[in-house]
Structures are given as structure tokens and as C-alpha cells.
Design a binder for this molecule. Structure first.
Ligand SMILES: Cc1ncc(C[n+]2csc(CCOP(=O)(O)OP(=O)(O)O)c2C)c(N)n1
Ligand SMILES: [Mg+2]
Length: 300
């Protein structure tokens, strides 16, 4: 143990003592990503819950090289680290990870992420997808699913909540010829870790999108974090898939006895309004069609 009073004695990539909510899917995913990536890893972290909860000055939960970027430029920061390490002839054997929330990824940082992919840089970009700007009070992002209640898309007489569809970031990554494109959830941490290990073995631009349950933003119970994330995958609403060199390489199948989207939606207060009348039920039927479409598209 060091004499530094701010150094905690745990041998762990993310130490306890952070301020993430009880049942936070994001911190759970981050810890498992880092355990899979191992100690020779540098992380650039976009602004968001992942950073705010872990690095309040003068403390840091990270027991490894970690650097905070602005909201939009975790990708560019890794490009700089890559160049600096190459100049110092220290690039070999180092995993570079940039991560950010869905707001940082789908919206605010997308231009710089696009540039990093275009330059074909050897970085794993991870989107911690909790489907809204949670750190600043649950505003809708390009990742927010249709009909979700967020503070900028409240349901009411004229609306069922968010009236826009979730943007397809996996397809956007594929259009950039990323060597690895995958999705995972915090409901299956072994699959998540396998994906991180597989992606990091590949050279070039890589994208991994992880659905992470947000207790205050989704109005879920902390005890349901894993269950809700699993249901997202099992209903087909959040397809868990993997592309290598642009080709579909693996999918996580849905159970043979189909699980209806209601099972997923009803555990989350952000969809509560859909269960209150016939019109809401019609919206749920539309969401079921999205899940059915995914099941058909990927053969889940
Ligand atoms: C350019 C810029 N715009 C807005 C903000 C304010 N801001 C900081 S974090 C955040 C929300 C982050 O949302 P997301 O990326 O989804 O991460 P989450 O907190 O949900 O994990 C916002 C809007 C900022 N820091 N910089
Ligand atoms: Mg978010």
C-alpha cells in the first residue's frame, strides 16, 4: 500500500467508494470490461455518469491509467495517446479504450468518432448505452427508444413520450468498416467479457455497444438491473450480435417460447404510461413489431 492517503488498498480496476447508484448497470459493465481488458489498458472517458461517479477530485476509483475527456472527444483523445505511444515506441501490447455514454456516442461525439474510425485507428470504442443523457437529468438522446418517458419527452395528452426511433449505431459503425462491431448487455457479463477480449485481439477500429440499465432514468428497481437487461435481449428489442470484418459472426438467440415486449416494458416506469389505456396498448403492439423485426432480421 502506498503512503499516498488517496490511494486505496484494493487490487481492482474500479474500486468501491464511487458514487454510482445502487443497481447501476453502467458501473457493472465498466468493471467487467476492465477486468477483461487487463492491466495494460488506457481508458479515455467522455463526460457522463461513468466519469462523474468515479472521479470526484481528489479521488479516483480507477486503479489503472484513465483520463477524462470532454463530452465529445474521448475518441480524439485516444488518437493522441496512440500517436504519443508510437512516438515513444511504447505502443505494442497496450489496449486503448475510449468510452462514453449514448449521448456522447450517438449525438455529441459522433463526428469525432467517425473521424477516428475513418483513420482506422487501433482503438476499442465502447458506448455505455443507458438510452438517455442520464448524468444531467434524463434528457432524450439519439439512442432513446420510441415512447420512452424522459424529461425532454414527457408523455401527455398529445404524446406517448419519445416519438423518434432509436438510431442504429451498429450500422453506422459498419458503414465505417470497423473490424469489429458488437452489442452486449449488462445482463450477460460473461458474453460481454468475451466480446471485449475478442475485440482487443483485433487490430483496427472496433465498436462495442453495451445496454446498461439505469435505475433512476428507467424507473426500475435496483434488484431488477440484470433481469431488465436480459429481457431487452430475450424479447429481441435489443439484438445482441457480433460482426467481424463487416460480416455477421454471432448472435445471442431469443428463447424458443417467445417473451413478449410487455415483460420488458412493464418493469420500467419510463414506459408506465403505455399500460394505462387502449391507445397505449396499440403503441406496445408497435414496439412488439420492432422486436419481431429484429428476430427476423438476425434469425434470433
Ligand atoms: C459539449 C457539452 N455539452 C453538454 C455537456 C453537459 N453534459 C455532461 S454529461 C451529459 C450527459 C451525458 O449523457 P450520456 O453520454 O448518455 O452519459 P450518461 O450520463 O447517460 O452515462 C451532458 C449533457 C457537456 N459537458 N459538454
Ligand atoms: Mg446515457
Amino acid at each position: 500500500m502506498s503512503d499516498n492517503k488517496y490511494t486505496m488498498p484494493f487490487k481492482h480496476p474500479i474500486n468501491p467508494g464511487h458514487s454510482a447508484c445502487a443497481g447501476c448497470g453502467e458501473i457493472l459493465a465498466m468493471r467487467h470490461v476492465l477486468e477483461a481488458a487487463g492491466p495494460n489498458t488506457i481508458v479515455a472517458n467522455a463526460t457522463g455518469c461513468s466519469e462523474v461517479t468515479t472521479s470526484q477530485f481528489p479521488r479516483s476509483s480507477f486503479q489503472m491509467p484513465w483520463i477524462h475527456a470532454d463530452f465529445e472527444n474521448a475518441s480524439s483523445l485516444t488518437s493522441g495517446i496512440d500517436a504519443a505511444l508510437k512516438f515513444k515506441k511504447q505502443r505494442d501490447g497496450v489496449n486503448l479504450i475510449a468510452w462514453g455514454g449514448d449521448g456522447a456516442t450517438y449525438d455529441i461525439g459522433i463526428g469525432l468518432i467517425s473521424g477516428m474510425w475513418e483513420r482506422s485507428e487501433d482503438v476499442l470504442y465502447i458506448c455505455l448505452d443507458n438510452e438517455a443523457y442520464m448524468n444531467t437529468g434524463m434528457q432524450a438522446s439519439g439512442s432513446t427508444p420510441i415512447n420512452a418517458n424522459t424529461t425532454t419527452t414527457p408523455p401527455g395528452k398529445e404524446s406517448f413520450g419519445n416519438d423518434l426511433h432509436k438510431k442504429n449505431m451498429l450500422d453506422i459503425a459498419l458503414a465505417h468498416s470497423c473490424v469489429y462491431v458488437g452489442s452486449a448487455t449488462c445482463g450477460n457479463l460473461i458474453d460481454l467479457q468475451n466480446k471485449v477480449k475478442k475485440a482487443l485481439k483485433m487490430k483496427g477500429p472496433k465498436y462495442l455497444q453495451i445496454l446498461v440499465t439505469c435505475v433512476p432514468g428507467w424507473y426500475t428497481e435496483p434488484k431488477d438491473t440484470i433481469k431488465v437487461a436480459k429481457l431487452a435481449q430475450q424479447t429481441g428489442l435489443y439484438p445482441v450480435v457480433e460482426y467481424v470484418d463487416g460480416k455477421l459472426a454471432a448472435v445471442e438467440n431469443c428463447p424458443k417460447d417467445k417473451i413478449k415486449v410487455d415483460e420488458y416494458l412493464k418493469l420500467q416506469g419510463r414506459f408506465k404510461h403505455l399500460f394505462q389505456n387502449k391507445e397505449g396498448q396499440a403503441q406496445i403492439a408497435e414496439i412488439q413489431k420492432i422486436a419481431d423485426g429484429n428476430i427476423k432480421k438476425f434469425g434470433l
